[in-house]
Ligand binder design. Structure first.
Ligand code: S3P
Length: 428
C-alpha cells in the first residue's frame, strides 16, 4: 500500500490515539493465566496484539469481545494452559515472542513459536540464555534465531544481570519466575518500561522493585487474580501526533487520555529539552497506570543530546526524534542506542536512508546518529517503511512539512500499532 501525505498547517483539533501496545499484550497474557474472568477495555486492535490474542487462544484461553469493544478473557490459571496443537505465530511482534517464551518456559509441554521474516531475524538469545539457565529446554536456529521450540517445566529461580535494558527480556524472566518455587531477581543496566511489574502486582503477585532490580517471590505463590483493565492511549503513538503539532505552522493539537508512565515519558522529557511547547493536563491514574491529556503547539525546536538512561525511556520514539532534529536549531546527537539496530528493522539505517532522500544530513554511528538541524525537507518523492510501522509513520509525519508532501510505500505495516493512522492524519 502507498500512503500519500500532503503539507498541512493551522491544525487546531482534539484527537485520541489507540490503546497502549505494551499494556495490551500484557493484559491478554496475564488475564489468560489469571484464575477467573478479566475485562480489558481500550485494547489496541492492531496486528501485533491480535498475534498475542490468537496465541493465547491456541493455549486454551477463551477470549471474546463484547459490543462495547471490551475483551472478556476467561483465564485458565497458570496450570490451565494447554499444549498448543499447532505452531504459535507471533507475526511481527517481538513482545509476543519474548514474553510468551517466558510463560511457556515454565509449562510442562512442547510449543513452537515462529514469526514473520523480520521477527525471525531478531535476536532471541537474549531470552534463550536466561530461560535455559532456569531449566527450560529451548531450540532455535543458528545464532539464537526463531523459530523456537520450547519444552518447559521444572524451572529454578534465577538472579539474572541482564546485559540489555529491555522490558521484553525482563518480562520474559519474570513470567518464567511465576512457575518457580523461589525468588527470581532481574537486574537491568537502566530502567526499562515497568508495565509487567505493575500488572503482576495488581494480580496479587509478590513483587518488589528497588532501583533497577526486580524481585519476584513465587514461593507459595497465590493464584493470579483476574483484572479489570482500562488501557490508556499509547504514548508511542501519541508522539507522532505531538510531532505533527510541533512542526506544522500555527497549530495546536490536544491528545486525550495518553499513558504517562514515567518509564515511557522520555520522549516528553526530550521534547521539553528541545523547547517544545507541550502542556500536560488532567493527570489521573487508571488501572494503576498514570494518564493525562497532552497539548502540543507549533514550536521552535533546538538541538539536544540523547544518551544514557534516557534512551530506554524513549527507545521507540528515536526515529521520530531524528525527524524533529532536522528542524531543530543545531546538531542533535543520539548515543547509546545500538538496540535500534535490532528492532523491526535496523532503525538507525532505515531512518537515516529515508530522511536523507529528503535532503537531511545525518551521520550514522554504530550506536546512534548525528543529525544536522535547520534543514528544509524536499518532498514530492516516494520513501519506504521497510515494513516497519514506526519508520512508516515517521516518514508520513515528514510529509506534513516536506515541500510537495510525500508518498510512503509499504504503509500497511502501520496497522501493527496504529490502525486508523491514515484517517487520523488526513482529518487533522
Ligand atoms: C516493549 C519493549 C521494548 C520496545 C517494544 C515494546 C515491550 O523493546 O521497543 O516496542 O512491550 O516490552 P525491548 O524490550 O527490546 O527494548
Amino acid at each position: 500500500m502507498k500512503l500519500k501525505i500532503a503539507n498541512k498547517s493551522n491544525i487546531n483539533t482534539k484527537v485520541s490515539v489507540p490503546g497502549d501496545k505494551s499494556i495490551s499484550h500484557r493484559s491478554l497474557m496475564l488475564a489468560g493465566i489469571a484464575s477467573g474472568q478479566s475485562r480489558v477495555s481500550g485494547l489496541l486492535e492492531g496486528e501485533d496484539c491480535f498475534s498475542t490474542l490468537k496465541c493465547m487462544e491456541k493455549l486454551g484461553v477463551d477470549i471474546t469481545r463484547d459490543n462495547s469493544g471490551t475483551y472478556i478473557v476467561n483465564g485458565v490459571g497458570l496450570n490451565g494452559l494447554k499444549e498448543p496443537a499447532d505452531i504459535l505465530d507471533c507475526g511481527n511482534s517481538g513482545t509476543t515472542m519474548r514474553l510468551l517464551s517466558g510463560l511457556l518456559a515454565g509449562r510442562p509441554f512442547y510449543s513452537v513459536l515462529t514469526g514473520d521474516r523480520s521477527l525471525n531475524s531478531r535476536p532471541m538469545d537474549r531470552i534463550i540464555t536466561p530461560l535455559s539457565k532456569m531449566g527450560a529446554e529451548i531450540w532455535s536456529r543458528q545464532q539464537g534465531l526463531a523459530p523456537l521450540s520450547i519444552r518447559g517445566g521444572n524451572l529454578a529461580s534465577i538472579n539474572y544481570n541482564s546485559p540489555v535494558a529491555s522490558a521484553q527480556v525482563k518480562s520474559s524472566i519474570l513470567l518464567a519466575g511465576l512457575s518457580t518455587k523461589g525468588i527470581t531477581y532481574v537486574n537491568e543496566p537502566a530502567q526499562s518500561r515497568d508495565h509487567t511489574e505493575k500488572m503482576l502486582k495488581a494480580a496479587g503477585v509478590d513483587i518488589e522493585i528497588n532501583d533497577n532490580t526486580i524481585k519476584l517471590n513465587s514461593s507459595g505463590q497465590p493464584e493470579l487474580k483476574p483484572l479489570d483493565i482500562n488501557i490508556p492511549g499509547d504514548i508511542s503513538s501519541a508522539a507522532f501526533i505531538i510531532a505533527a503539532g510541533l512542526i506544522t505552522e500555527n497549530s495546536r493539537i490536544l491528545i486525550k487520555d495518553v499513558g504517562i508512565n514515567q518509564t515511557r515519558t522520555g520522549v516528553l522529557d526530550a521534547l521539553k529539552m528541545m523547547g517544545a511547547e507541550l502542556t500536560i493536563k488532567n493527570k489521573r491514574v487508571s488501572s494503576g497506570e498514570p494518564l493525562a491529556d497532552i497539548e502540543a503547539c507549533s514550536s521552535n525546536l533546538k538541538a539536544i543530546e540523547i544518551s544514557g538512561s534516557l534512551v530506554p525511556r524513549l527507545i521507540d520514539e528515536i526515529p521520530l526524534l531524528a525527524l524533529l532534529a532536522t528542524q531543530a536549531d543545531g546538531d542533535t546527537i543520539i548515543k547509546d542506542a545500538a538496540e535500534l539496530r535490532v528492532k523491526e528493522t535496523d532503525r538507525i539505517k532505515a531512518i537515516s536512508s529515508e530522511l536523507k532522500k529528503l535532503g537531511a544530513e545525518i551521520e550514522e554511528y554504530p550506536n546512534g546518529m548525528k543529525i544536522k538541524g535547520n534543514t528544509e525537507l524536499k518532498g514530492g518523492i516516494e520513501v519506504d517503511s521497510f515494513g516497519d510501522h514506526r519508520i512508516g509513520m515517521t516518514m508520513a509525519i515528514s510529509g506534513l512539512i516536506a515541500r510537495n508532501g510525500i508518498i510512503v510505500n509499504n504503509s500497511e505495516s502501520i496497522d501493527i500499532s496504529f490502525p486508523d493512522f491514515e484517517k487520523l492524519i488526513n482529518n487533522l
